[in-house]
Design a protein around this ligand. Structure first.
Ligand code: ADP
Ligand code: MG
Length: 255
């Protein structure tokens, strides 16, 4: 059975999408079969693996709310081991629609994923920058959550908020939900803030913080803009090497 990991933090611009794409492609690089699931209406992780979300006819929206078979929404990417369930703007403004579905609005994604026919080793979910129903659906459906923390002001406030949400989900909907780890992103050891946040996170969540820190690296936004995962675009860049090392840590959690 696939291990399902949500990449979540309600703060925007902290590296969720970049981490979702790059961790997915790194796991695929290590021969794992990976499904990248885009839950953000902005569709950036879909674009990041080469899908033009403005022209697709089916997306996660159709599987969640229109009764379309989730297997028919899966698409290929530039990597053999990596497949995609895309999202686009249709998913925006669906909170009311999600709430008014028959049954339980928190379980739509979990129930859809049960119908996946193909076996994957990992399903990586890119969450939107809010803790609304889309992110909650992702957390309910996941085995664990990876929390990117940008080494910036107010990083710790965001962490406190997401931890409160995780504990609410654990109590009410998904008692199995684990923390895969905190991931320090856009880390710059030359700035005091960078080292301060890193020290704080490691002080508070020692066991749960990945040893790997993701450096600032221009190849990462470039790869996203070209729709090619970093492991293919610039395999030896510092960004690529960091995400490969993150993937090794995630693989170590298997045992
Ligand atoms: N390690 C990095 N180095 C340089 N730029 C990065 C890095 N990680 C993310 N970015 C850029 O920062 C912006 C926000 O990152 P993104 O992954 O989209 O965050 P989120 O999904 O949390 O909003 C994007 O333009 C992205 O390309
Ligand atoms: Mg994003």
């Amino acid at each position: 059975m696939a291990k399902i990991i949500a990449i979540a933090n309600q703060k925007g611009g902290v590296g969720k999408t970049t981490s979702a794409i790059s961790l997915s492609s790194s796991l695929a690089h290590f021969n794992r079969r990976v499904l990248l699931l885009d839950m953000d209406p902005q569709g950036n992780s879909s674009r990041g693996v080469g899908t033009d979300v403005s022209v697709i006819s089916r997306s996660i929206y159709d599987a969640l709310l229109k009764g379309v078979d989730i297997n028919k929404v899966i698409r290929k990417t530039p990597m053999k081991n990596l497949e995609l369930i895309p999202a686009n703007l249709k998913l925006a403004g669906t909170e009311a629609e999600l709430n008014s579905t028959n049954g339980e609005p928190y379980f739509l994604l979990k129930n859809a994923l049960i119908n996946l026919k193909k076996d994957y080793d990992y399903i990586i979910i890119d969450c939107p920058p809010s803790l609304g129903l889309l992110s909650l659906n992702a957390l309910v459906a996941s085995h664990s959550v990876l929390i990117p923390v940008q080494c910036e002001y107010f990083a710790m406030e965001a962490v406190a908020q997401i931890l409160a949400t995780i504990s609410r989900i654990q109590t009410n909907y998904n008692s199995e939900l684990m923390i895969e780890g905190f991931l320090l992103t856009m880390y710059d050891p030359r700035t005091r803030l960078g080292t301060e946040i890193s020290t704080q996170v490691r002080g508070l969540f020692k066991e749960n913080t990945f040893i790997t820190q993701i450096p600032r690296n221009i190849s990462l936004p470039e790869a996203s803009a070209r729709g090619i995962p970093i492991t293919l675009y610039r395999p030896t860049s510092s960004g690529s090497l960091a995400y490969l090392s993150l993937a090794k840590e995630v693989l170590d959690h298997e045992t």
